[in-house]
Design a protein around this ligand. Sequence first.
Ligand code: CP3
Length: 342
Amino acid sequence: MKSIFLDTINNKKTSRPPVWFMRQAGRILPSYQKLKKQYSFSQMMKDPELAAQVTLLPINDLGVDAAILFSDILIIPEALGMGLEFTDKGPMFDNPLTQYKNPAEQLIKNTKKLDHVYENIDMVIEKRGEDVPLIGFCGGPLTTFCFMFRGNVRDITFHDAIKFLYSNPKESMKILEALTDLSVEYVRNQANHGIECFQLFETYSGLIPEEMYLKKILPLSKKILNEARSSGLPTIFFPKGLGNGISYIDKETCDYLSVDWQMNLSHARNIISDELGIQGNIDPRILYSSFEEIEKYLSTLIPFGTENNNWIINLGHGFLPDIDHNKAKFVVDWIKQTNWKR
Ligand code: CP3
């Protein structure tokens, strides 16, 4: 496949950095909002035709260099028997794990619940243009664990989950391991169905101390990422909020590190292992500012792009729902038109 995204991630020299955006499928696109009037998120995610269509919308509407599968990280707990609903207030579990004494016993695997994702991959591959790589993904064990303790409340501190992690470490490990085992199987199947790259979203790694993340959770994340790698896929790891802890991540774990918007990009490059590529890290809120301000900011990235071939441009966290998609399109066009002096 002729793809600037795959060339970059496979260490080939390219004339510019490739670009795609976290949460590009859905959210900000008017074409998606239009579909949302007719179908719910779950309906679209579970229908291969619609899911493939939404997966490919940002290729058309924004001109990004890769597609990411339209799905969600929370379908893993759903496949472990947790009733999942996507409401206007966000995802909600009917039976959050807080209510049980031994929550690990509640988790009963039903892998059939993941089958629609594989059908969606087949459909994307059938419908896409020949130069559109497909990124598969899954949630990091800690992030997914956190949501499993949350019912119908929007608690971004995930108090119940973190309290459980400290007060019931053994039972927590059982849950984390169940998540990891199913994720490993899920990644293997995504790879068998033809994704070209795999990203692990560990959005809430910053909820616990660095040492604790590295000791208890990273080995599990690594297991999932290594499964993708053993299927021949390049891997991207997004441990949001890990801070300077990213300096401990090495090539054994992943190929690219996705850096959050809190960290300075050059600082990140300095502390990350030379063997790893870097993805990121545009502050999504910059897309609230004017085109002039955005362009000024983008221009500051040129020296970094000249020096670093192993860089994928992305956000430092997903799109916020209310940004103007024209600003995102502007970013992509600007990246493509700029002389990166390589
Ligand atoms: O990147 C993409 O566009 C691909 C699809 C994707 C979705 N969710 C679709 C979605 C991906 C990669 C995710 C990851 C995800 N989901 C994460 C990790 C990344 C991150 O942004 O932090 C997390 C924590 C979730 C859990 C989740 N799903 C939340 C908190 C919400 C509600 C808030 C919101 O709108 O994102 C969802 C719902 C969800 N997942 C939507 C989409 C398009 C919105 C559904 C709708 O249109 O109503």
